[in-house]
Design a binder for this molecule. Structure first.
Ligand SMILES: Nc1ncnc2c1ncn2[C@@H]1O[C@H](COP(=O)(O)OP(=O)(O)OP(=O)(O)O)[C@@H](O)[C@H]1O
Ligand SMILES: [Mg+2]
Length: 231
């Protein structure tokens, strides 16, 4: 792990079991990303993109295999230790946002910084700046149910970036955005990727995103292959 490897999956497999039926989704996936990589993962609906991101971000446990974040195998970690790693090192944009209902946009973005122990002043400044960057400076006090799907998605992006995570995992982060907002999010990702060498893994079907990814990966039949093929 001495090269600037930030993320490594080794023979990562996941099989879901529903009653007596076993659904193999990921089949011995091997993947290595270095600091500053920008990787896009394509694949048909149901191919396991969300499942894979959940494993890479320590949100779900693999059936077998390893997931290394820098020098730590998170597949073996207990929840308490894992939540510390997630808070400090990983930003996650969920496909369906998972914002806290009945809490303002501003609070939703501040939340990861509250967990990280950031001072009130600093976290307010950072949340304001991120929400401004994603074009939501005028919606700070709105709760998720008072916002459109695309606005909620942009809050989810801002929240994922709040703690300046080394690794940012985004599950279809522009799925609900128009061209202008997609361009803004892509500029933000590129800027952070270039300036701070933050590593991004994005699942997406959006050609605007896939164009700027250096690593283009396809998930199909439980395996990852280099390059895109028609999904
Ligand atoms: N908790 C679960 N229990 C059982 N099966 C599941 C579970 N979660 C996902 N699956 C199955 O795993 C497969 C992959 O699902 P996943 O959500 O990872 O696909 P995806 O590539 O993200 O699809 P989409 O593009 O539609 O978001 C699907 O067949 C799904 O039914
Ligand atoms: Mg998905």
């Amino acid at each position: 792990m001495d090269r600037a490897l930030i993320l490594r999956a080794v023979d990562l497999s996941k099989t879901y079991s529903v009653g007596k039926i076993h659904v193999p989704v990921l089949n011995k996936i091997n993947l290595e990303l270095e600091r500053g990589d920008l990787a896009a993962i394509q694949g048909p609906s149901g191919s396991g993109k969300t499942t894979l991101l959940n494993m890479l971000g320590g949100l779900d446990t693999p059936t077998s295999g390893e997931v290394w974040i820098e020098r730590l195998n998170i597949a073996l970690m207990k929840e308490r230790e894992l939540s510390r790693i997630r808070c400090r090192k990983i930003g996650f944009v969920f496909q369906f946002y998972n914002l806290i209902p009945n809490m303002s946009a501003l609070y939703n973005v501040e939340l990861p910084m509250i967990f990280a122990g950031t001072s009130k002043h600093k976290r307010r400044q950072k949340a304001l700046s991120l929400l401004k960057t994603v074009g939501l400076a005028d919606k700070l006090s709105n709760c998720p149910h008072e916002l459109s799907a695309g606005e909620q998605q942009r809050i989810a992006v801002a929240r994922a970036l709040a703690n300046d995570p080394a690794l940012v995992l985004m599950d279809e982060p522009t799925g609900n955005l128009d061209k202008e907002n997609t361009t803004n999010i892509i500029s933000l990702i590129r800027e952070l990727n270039n300036a701070r060498a933050q590593t991004f893994v994005l699942t997406t079907h959006d050609p605007m995103i896939t164009e700027c990814a250096q690593k283009k990966l396809t998930l199909h039949h439980g395996k990852i292959t280099q390059g895109f093929k028609d999904a």
